[in-house]
Design a protein around this ligand. Structure first.
Ligand SMILES: [Fe+2]
Length: 527
């Protein structure tokens, strides 16, 4: 595949990133959050005073790093319209001979980013988000058709699925006790937590209609009046909280399913789903099952949220299908300092083998992996991951309380070989980037307690030998040893920080949590 190495694309709002072709001719996406260690970091100086804002030093270091890696001086730098004159001037300093082009197309970028990574030539494309504007027009949900490399907008809606879904987290004290929901970083973390906790709730019949209305008016106090609960910040806890989340998930799924199927029934094609709401793996699973029954398929890209915006802008320019970008992020940023970092601690180091990792996790040890290029997107898929054996009953609680330092209700994802998925999961699909949540088979729910969520589902990652060698070899070794070939995989990060990408941070987690070992490329490092 020939890539256009004359284009550099910069996205500047939250989940900022840059897309370009590197010296090896590979397309790369560098997410700013991984570089400056601020989750969801914003690039533009417009936001410097915000909690997710950065500063000129970070921007300069980020641009220098990209300039070192880029193949050619870009002929065109395409940047999201949120960038201001200061930002544009700074870019011109680093790329003085490039033509700078502003682009204002949030949903268009989502649509192009997803469609051109999909295997479909002919598709219906849905961008389901919590905001965004195209050419100055604010919108939240859009529908496109993609035909033979051309994308045409066919519908736009003010249905704001993303904000409605996230707002449900505001009254839930389990989600962010004491935290101010007006802080963007706090608010952006709500959706994933609501999705996690809804497995503990029941859908309350008499709340369904008021919740349905809430998805259109998005007024929490009105919803509170309608269902007889105080829904101000952190006012709910326990079963009421869980039930509110479960009812919201139920209504979200039903409205979105009706919305999508309405277009599908009139224009039967495979579907591409993107935008932040495409991270809702429970809905994705349901939609894929429905489409498969009708003889069609669903594609969700590895980067459906705003981390894929700079890639989308790049693909708006190139209009060509590419292989999905899974492991195309940062290399290990302090790779050359490995010896220095290891000398500072008291570690046992030896060459990594599959058997050694198997023996460690089989005895209940928890390990981190940092190898190769980072994942592009919010899921750690084996290059910046923490792994362990999910057959240990207390592993979920140990991980949440002593390694990840996060809420008790957050589930952990399993990984299995593609060829084994039907042995352990019902209605499983190949899922290289954890896009779906099949149900763990009844006979394995008790045997795999740490990856079986309260509702019986699991956000499965499947691997084959080409996709992730370390995982594939480890799972094959487990199978040969007659263990259940499923491992638990969660993101490798310091508490409250994005997925890490330095050896220094990996060893910090090893030193300061219950983590037992780290695999750094070919090296096994134990406490
Ligand atoms: Fe978005």
């Amino acid at each position: 595949m020939t890539l256009d190495d004359k284009i550099l694309s910069i996205y500047g709002s939250h989940d900022a990133s840059v897309t370009f072709v590197d010296k090896n001719g590979d397309l790369r996406v560098f997410e700013l959050e991984r570089f400056c260690n601020i989750r969801y970091a914003m690039y533009s100086s417009e936001f410097d005073s915000w909690s997710l804002g950065t500063n000129e030093t970070i921007r300069r270091n980020f641009l220098s790093h990209i300039k070192e890696q880029i193949k050619n001086t870009p002929e065109t730098v395409v940047y999201s319209s949120v960038l201001n004159q200061n930002d544009i001037q700074l870019i011109s300093e680093y790329f003085p001979n490039s033509c700078l082009e502003s682009f204002d197309g949030h949903h268009i970028s989502h649509a192009y980013g997803a469609y051109y990574q999909s295997p479909f030539k002919d598709a219906l494309i849905f961008t389901v988000d919590g905001g965004g504007s195209d050419f100055g027009m604010h919108t939240t949900t859009k529908v496109y058709t993609g035909v033979e490399n051309e994308i045409i907008e066919i519908y736009k809606s003010d249905l704001d699925f993303g904000n409605a879904y996230s707002l449900i987290g505001v009254p839930m004290s389990e989600i962010s006790p004491g935290k101010d929901s007006s802080d963007l970083g706090v608010f952006l973390s709500y959706a994933g937590k609501v999705m996690g906790i809804c497995a503990y709730g029941e859908v309350i019949e008499k709340w369904i209609e008021p919740m349905h209305q809430f998805y259109y008016h998005r007024d929490l106090s009105r919803l509170g009046n309608d269902i007889g609960l105080n829904l101000s910040l952190n006012s709910l806890s326990g079963q009421n909280s869980y039930n509110l989340a479960a009812t919201s998930q139920y209504v979200f799924e039903n409205i979105l399913m009706d919305f999508i199927l309405n277009f599908f029934e009139n224009n039967k094609k495979n579907i591409v789903l993107t935008g932040g709401c495409a991270l809702n793996v429970i809905f994705n699973q349901r939609l894929k099952e429905v489409l498969n029954q009708k003889g069609f398929d669903l594609y969700v890209p590895p980067n459906p949220n705003d981390c894929g915006q700079s890639l989308g802008q790049y693909l708006v320019k190139t209009k060509k299908h590419i292989d999905p970008l899974v492991y195309s992020g940062f290399d290990i940023l302090d790779r050359k300092d490995l010896s220095f970092h290891l000398e500072k601690g008291n570690y046992n180091t030896e060459e990594f083998t599959t058997e050694k990792i198997f023996n460690l996790i089989s005895s209940g040890k928890i390990g981190g992996i940092i190898q190769g290029y980072s994942e592009v997107g919010p899921r750690a898929l084996g290059n910046r991951s923490i792994i362990c054996d999910p057959s240990f009953r207390d592993m979920k609680d140990v991980l949440n309380a002593k390694v990840k330092f996060r809420e008790w209700f957050r589930p952990f994802a399993p990984v299995c070989r593609e060829e084994d998925m039907h042995d352990y999961f019902d209605n499983a699909f190949p899922s290289e980037y954890m896009s779906y949540a099949p149900v763990v088979k009844d006979e394995y729910k008790d045997k795999l307690p740490s990856i079986t969520h309260n509702d019986g589902t699991a956000r499965l990652q499947t691997v084959n030998s080409k996709q992730h060698k370390l995982f594939y070899d480890l799972l094959s070794f487990m199978k040969n040893c007659e263990k259940i070939p499923v491992i638990l995989n969660t993101s490798f990060n310091i508490k409250g920080r994005p997925i890490l990408t330095t050896i220094e941070d990996a060893l910090y987690v090893l030193d300061n949590t219950e983590l037992d070992f780290v695999v750094i490329e070919n090296l096994l490092v134990e406490k």
